[in-house]
Write a protein that binds this ligand. Structure first.
Ligand SMILES: [Zn+2]
Length: 72
């Protein structure tokens, strides 16, 4: 079984798309609860970690700003 790894700033895909039509969410806060922001409409929601992991489909992009920093 694939292990889901995510970190702050990652763009993730959820099993159900957001009502606005976008299915890309950015992880903007990690903790007991996880805050994700819809890339399409910028709406953010706070979800318990267990719920987030059950709804997470896959990580699309790992922390875009971190990869910019190490790009040469
Ligand atoms: Zn949205």
């Amino acid at each position: 079984m694939e292990r889901k790894q995510y970190q702050l700033g990652d763009i993730v895909q959820m099993k159900k798309p957001h009502p606005c039509g976008s299915n890309e969410m950015e992880v903007i806060r990690l903790g007991m609860d996880i805050r994700i922001k819809c890339v399409g409409c910028k709406h953010s929601v706070l979800v318990p970690r267990a719920k987030f992991e059950s709804k997470l489909k896959k990580v699309l992009r790992s922390n875009p700003s971190a990869s910019e920093l190490k790009a040469d």
